[in-house]
Design a protein around this ligand. Structure first.
Ligand SMILES: *Cc1c(COP(=O)(O)O)cnc(C)c1O
Length: 371
């Protein structure tokens, strides 16, 4: 079989043939046509969050984490104090990189099955006036929880704190409107809900704080202010651009727009999520999260209680049938995850459920029922 597997993972994910074909060219970094491509991509990205009036967008080479680290290093002054709202693995990563960037960091912890609390944030900000910035994850991809971005942004605005949002797994699928909420930086990447290939991130930075970002970063490569100034001046990226990734992203964005933009993408992913959860329920599987806090991005399922279950074998069985699952990221309970994002629809989700059902049979497991 020479067909690609369907990736039910939170990135890299399944892309269309049209997106893949966009990479069959070589571009020079000085090439006008490539610089126009970069400018076009930046313009489209700004439009997705309606940020034309309020924000600039700065692309950066690397995986999504590189851009989160760069956002912290660029937006937070060296003597700043960042409060991280923690309800999962990606929050913990954000807290870790904040500390490693030399910024003072305080973590407020929540359960990994519940959204972070704007009320608790408000209390914490009143208790500790030294906090300058709040860092939150919009969709915590660890368990799949949707966090209350609008409410958190209102608390930050009311108390005069900067807000940095990791919207990596939500951007382009869940609504984010810069006209209705205030954030200093919002981070996403090419290889998530825009369905491009992985290799670059981008950060929306509020124009009002842009000038004050000069000189904050202690890293040259991660300095988004420097990247911005250079790009505005020359139209080029500082350092070798991920040319093929940019070309694929431009093509992915054209398809995103043709599909109907963010509302259409959300509708497709929500339908994928329903098809997945319903199909898996018929096999006995139970989602880890309450439906009220589940984002339609990635679903965490409890592992089957049957003693014959082994994630490795389960993974291999589904993979042999063309579907790539993802391990769980929770420490307390045994789980696995299935992504709803990528260039896939209800058919692929139903086929994935069928592959899981056949794999259970192979392993002699009667039901996906948890222990
Ligand atoms: C995917 C993702 C990232 C970035 O992960 P990389 O492996 O660096 O691409 C960051 N935060 C969240 C919430 C994510 O889903």
């Amino acid at each position: 079989m020479d067909r690609d597997n369907i990736l039910l993972t939170p990135g890299p994910l399944t892309t269309t043939l049209r997106t893949k074909l966009a990479m069959l060219r070589d571009w020079g970094s000085w090439d006008t046509s490539f610089n126009e491509l970069t400018a076009r991509v930046r313009k489209s990205l700004l439009a997705i969050v309606h940020g034309e009036e309020t924000h600039v967008v700065v692309p950066l080479q690397g995986s999504g984490t590189f851009s989160v680290e760069a956002a912290v290093a660029t937006v937070v002054p060296r003597d700043g104090h960042v409060l991280v709202l923690d309800n999962g693995a990606y929050c913990k990563r954000a807290a870790k990189l904040t500390g490693m960037m030399g910024r003072r960091c305080t973590v407020v912890s929540f359960g990994d099955d519940e959204p972070v609390s704007p009320a608790a944030l408000s209390e914490k900000l009143k208790e500790d006036a030294s906090i300058t910035h709040v860092l939150m994850i919009h969709c915590e991809t660890g368990a799949g929880v949707l966090n209350p971005l609008q409410e958190v942004s209102e608390v930050c605005a009311a108390q005069g704190k900067g807000l940095i949002v990791d919207a990596m797994s939500s951007f382009a699928a869940l609504p984010i409107d810069a006209r209705r909420m205030k954030f200093d930086a919002l981070v996403a990447a090419s290889g998530k809900c825009l369905e491009g290939v992985p290799g670059m991130g981008f950060v929306f930075i509020r124009k009002a704080v842009l000038d004050s970002c000069a000189g904050n970063s202690q890293s040259l490569a991660m300095d988004l202010h420097d990247q911005y100034v250079y790009m505005e001046k020359t139209g080029q990226w500082r350092f070798t651009p991920p040319t093929h990734v940019v070309a694929a992203l431009a093509e992915a964005i054209a398809q995103f727009e043709a599909e109907g933009g963010q509302p259409a993408r959300l509708a497709r992913y929500a339908d994928n999520c329903v098809a997945l959860v319903n199909g898996m329920a018929e096999l006995g599987f139970r989602p880890f999260l309450d439906p009220s806090v589940q984002a339609p991005i990635i679903v965490t399922f409890h592992a089957p209680g049957d003693t014959k279950y082994d994630f490795r074998k389960f993974y291999e069985g589904a993979r042999a049938r063309g579907f790539v699952l993802y391990p769980g990221k929770l420490t307390q309970v045994e789980t696995f995850r299935v992504g709803c994002i990528g260039a896939i629809g209800r058919n692929e989700m139903e086929q994935a459920v069928r592959a899981v059902g056949l794999t259970l049979k192979d392993l002699g497991i009667a039901s996906g029922e948890p222990a």
